[in-house]
Design a protein around this ligand. Structure first.
Ligand SMILES: [Zn+2]
Length: 205
């Protein structure tokens, strides 16, 4: 793509770094921004900068939050002994929408994926195990999508928990293999949390 302006080229390049955005789409978006009033673009740029500068991750569950302890962890009505293990905030939002789960979450920040070079140490597995060792967690519910990476991650955590007194379960699979949690409808997802099964039953020994 040949550009008549270096400024235009830079902006298109940065936008095209976003997932799912090719050069052509990036150009369309940038030209759109250029047509908008200056204040709007300033607000957009400002929102992105503040997001990066000011956002916090809950010190207990690693969920994205504006304060040190997220609303869910800070709510005394929630059951801290039942912890639902999820990949990211989208899963927390999906499960919260079902209105069926009143425990805490633990946000891993991804899944183990040797193909993408993501190992357990790139995730928040360490603090999860630490939390269980401290003894306040009675049950861990694995709610990762049932892809190969999801299964690998569940199993890795399960192995780390050997010898610790914690119940492990996994959400019932009304959700088809490979489906992402966030796309499951609320009723199905809600039911799959209520009808969770012991983790040992989810894989062949
Ligand atoms: Zn939290």
């Amino acid at each position: 793509m040949e550009f008549s302006s270096k400024l235009l080229e830079n902006a298109v390049y940065e936008v095209s770094q976003l997932p799912g955005i090719g050069k052509r789409t990036a150009l369309r978006l940038v030209l759109h921004l250029l047509k908008q009033p200056k204040e709007q673009t300033t607000r957009l740029a400002g929102a992105l900068v503040s997001l990066k500068d000011q956002i916090k991750f809950c010190k207990n569950c690693h969920n994205i939050s504006d304060v040190a302890l997220c609303e869910i962890c800070a709510n005394p009505k929630r059951d801290e002994t039942t912890v639902c293990v999820v990949e990211d905030i989208r899963d927390v939002m999906a499960i919260e929408n079902t209105d069926q789960f009143k425990g805490h979450y633990h946000v891993l920040g991804g899944k183990i994926s040797p193909m993408e070079g993501i190992g357990p140490h790139d995730l928040t597995v360490g603090t999860l195990i630490h939390k269980v060792k401290e003894g306040q967690v009675k049950e861990l519910i694995f709610a990762l999508s049932s892809t190969m990476e999801g299964d690998t991650t569940n199993f890795y955590i399960y192995k780390q928990l050997e010898g610790l007194s914690v119940k492990t379960s996994t959400i019932a699979r009304g959700i088809a293999v490979g489906d992402e949690l966030e796309y499951a409808d609320e009723v199905t997802l809600g039911r799959s949390i209520l009808n969770r099964i012991p983790f040992e039953n989810s894989f062949k020994k």
